[in-house]
Structures are given as C-alpha cells and as structure tokens.
Design a protein around this ligand. Structure first.
Ligand code: SAM
Ligand code: DTB
Ligand code: SF4
Length: 331
C-alpha cells in the first residue's frame, strides 16, 4: 500500500548562487528515488530530456606534463606508458575533426598536456581552432592555465568553450595536486569568462574524497556569479602507474547522485557524463541521463584511455529513444 503520510519534498527554484556545503551534502544523501525525481523534474523544465549533446575529444599534445595531478597518466612524474608527443599539425587535427563531424558530434574538444601554454603555443592552437571552426563544428580546448590576453586570442580565433576543471573541493584539492593551487584554477576560469568564452568546468568522482568534498565542488561551481555552461563529471579512470591506480572504485549510484545534484543546482547547464562511461554500463548511463546528464564524450578514445564505441552509444540511444543534438547548445 502507498504511504499516504509521505509528501514529496517541495521543489524550490534551483538556480541559486548561495548553496552551502551542508545543504548540498543533504541533497547528495537524499533517498535515491527522491533525488532522481527532483533532478528529472528540473531537467524536464529546462531541456528536452531525450536529447544529448555529443563532443569528441582529441589529445593534440600527449604526455610529458610537469604537473603532479595524482589521477593523470600524462604527468611526466608517473610511469604510465603514455607517449610524449609534440603538438599535432593542422591536417591531422582536421582529419580527426571531419571524422567526428561525420559520426555526429557537434563539438570538437582538443586537449593538451601542458601546465600552461606559451604564447607561441597559443598561436598554433589558434590556427587549429580556426580550421576546426571552418568545418562548422563548435570548438573547445583544454590547455592548462591561461593568461587573460591568451584567452582573448583564443576567443578571436573562434573558440566556443574552454575546459578547465576544479576537480574536487577546495579542502581536498591539496591531496590530489601540489603544483598549482585552487586559486590558480579560479583565475584561469575568470580569464576565460572575461574573454567571453563559454566555461566548461567540472571535476572527478573517485579520488578518495568524501561526500562533503563532492558537495564543496558543486557549491563552488553553482555559486559562481555565472554558472558554467558545461560541467563535466568524470569518474576516476584508475591508470596503472599513477598514485591513484589502487583507489577504491566508486559506486555507480554515487556518480549518478553527483549528476542529479549538479542538475538541480545548475538547471541551465549542460551536465556532461564524462570519463567512466565504460565502467557505468548501459543501466548506469541510462540512470545518469534520467538524472539530468545531457552531454557526453563521443568516440572510442578519451585522451589516453578508452571510451565506449560509437556503435555502442548509438545502440543505447536507440534503446532509450535518445536523439543527439544537431545544433549548438549555447550561443
Ligand atoms: N593539462 C590541462 C589541465 O589539466 O587543465 C588539460 C588536460 S587535463 C587531462 C583535463 C582534465 O581531465 C583534468 O582536469 C581532469 O579533470 C581530467 N582527467 C585527467 N585524467 C583523468 C583520469 N584518470 N580520470 C578522470 N578524469 C581525468
Ligand atoms: C574532462 O572533464 N574530461 C576529459 C576532458 N575534460 C579533457 C578528460 C578525461 C581524461 C580521462 C583520462 C584519459 O583518457 O587520459
Ligand atoms: Fe598535466 Fe593536465 Fe594531466 Fe594535470 S591533468 S598532469 S595539468 S595534463
């Protein structure tokens, strides 16, 4: 028999910039069905829940990074077998971008294993952006820390999004990275925002953090004066040779909870179900899409690790009645 006493929690307006960590912890700890129900309501109010944005990633400069991010196979400090390669040339990048477009992606994201690009690196990446933009794709790059003038140059080249993750809460951050501060990351995000580029900023679940750290990351993102247009939620890919290779695997419901809370707190943002989709499986991904994820990395490779195959994603979309976006997500 239904419990007649039980009233669904009232659904307050969700675009707020004054979230507190205890409040978001309580949100993350809600009964799973209550959390998902509320998140899906917000999702239905702001988006077509059966439509997903597809971004394809390309590693344009692999390995050899001086930073010590404990999760990252591209740090020069860890023996992971990732090759150190120079920046790819325009033809190689265009070839990959054409394939991504043909497969149905609307955005092409280029990642470089740099701490911070030099000005001459920016000149070269600007050429890549102009070329990819010329194919009619949205552009995104993730190059490390940026100076304001570099951000403006990228904007002029036609850059639509800059990805720069906070990764975790301000409190837990120091357990994961020692070579750059949380403040450094926030400064880069300010430079990107001030240059008029859409902000793509999220984090990782599974670094050994607690629920309060997940809440702290979400609060930092949602309480920004302008919420990021795109929030990637990555599950840690435990790469052999990195300090986090033996970290306990995350429960798939915890990843879904983070997605749901992100959706409630940032109702107009595209929430990207990012690294870790292979581990989630079809049922876990379907739950994440119900909880409000409406963007993915599409293509068989992330930066250095595998991602579901294009055919696998297409099959899952067919089963779920999901249609990929055909037009840009934000202006
Ligand atoms: N070097 C630049 C930087 O750190 O800003 C850009 C590339 S970096 C690889 C981009 C993001 O990928 C990181 O901030 C992190 O959130 C994510 N990432 C890297 N390795 C990962 C892993 N093993 N599992 C999950 N996410 C990862
Ligand atoms: C993001 O949040 N996730 C992507 C992208 N931004 C650059 C990277 C995931 C990397 C996973 C590990 C790898 O393939 O090296
Ligand atoms: Fe370098 Fe970026 Fe990897 Fe950190 S996440 S080690 S900055 S490539």
């Amino acid at each position: 028999m239904l419990n007649a006493q039980r009233q669904p929690a009232p659904c307050p307006p969700s675009e707020r910039h004054d979230w507190t960590v205890p409040e978001v912890e309580a949100l993350l700890n809600q009964a799973f069905n209550d959390l998902l129900f509320r998140a899906h309501q917000v999702h239905q109010e702001h988006f077509d829940p059966n439509s997903i944005q597809l971004s394809t990633l390309l590693n344009i400069k692999s390995g050899g990074c001086p930073e010590d991010c404990a999760y990252c196979p591209q740090s020069v400090r860890y023996e992971t077998g990732v090759a150190n390669e120079p920046l790819l040339d325009v033809d190689t990048v265009l070839d990959a971008a054409r394939k991504a477009k043909h497969a149905g992606a609307t955005r092409f994201c280029m990642g470089a294993a740099w701490r911070a690009p030099k000005d001459r690196d920016i000149d070269q990446v600007a050429e890549l952006i102009e070329a990819v933009k010329g194919l009619g794709l949205e552009t995104c790059v993730t190059l490390g820390m940026l100076k304001p003038q570099q951000a403006s140059q990228l904007k002029q080249a036609g850059l639509d999004y800059y990805n720069h993750n906070l990764d975790t809460s301000p409190e837990y951050y120091g357990q994961v990275i020692s070579t750059r501060t949380y403040e450094d990351r926030l400064n880069t995000l300010d430079a990107v925002r001030n240059a008029g580029i859409n902000v793509c900023c999220g984090g990782i679940v599974g670094l050994g953090e607690g629920v309060s750290d997940r809440a702290g990351l979400l609060c930092t993102l949602a309480n920004m004066p302008v919420q990021p247009e795109s929030v990637p939620i990555n599950q840690l890919v435990r790469v052999e040779g990195t300090p986090l290779e033996r970290e306990a695997p995350v429960d798939c419901f915890d990843v879904v909870r983070v997605i749901a809370a992100a959706r409630i707190m940032m109702p107009k943002t595209c929430i990207r179900l990012s690294a870790g989709r292979k581990e989630l499986g079809e049922a876990g991904q379907a739950l994440a899409y119900f909880a409000g994820a409406n963007s993915i990395f599409y293509g068989e490779q992330l930066l250095t690790t595998p991602n579901p195959l294009v055919d696998e994603d297409r099959q899952l979309f067919d089963k779920l009645g999901i249609t990929p976006h055909t037009a840009p997500a934000h202006g």
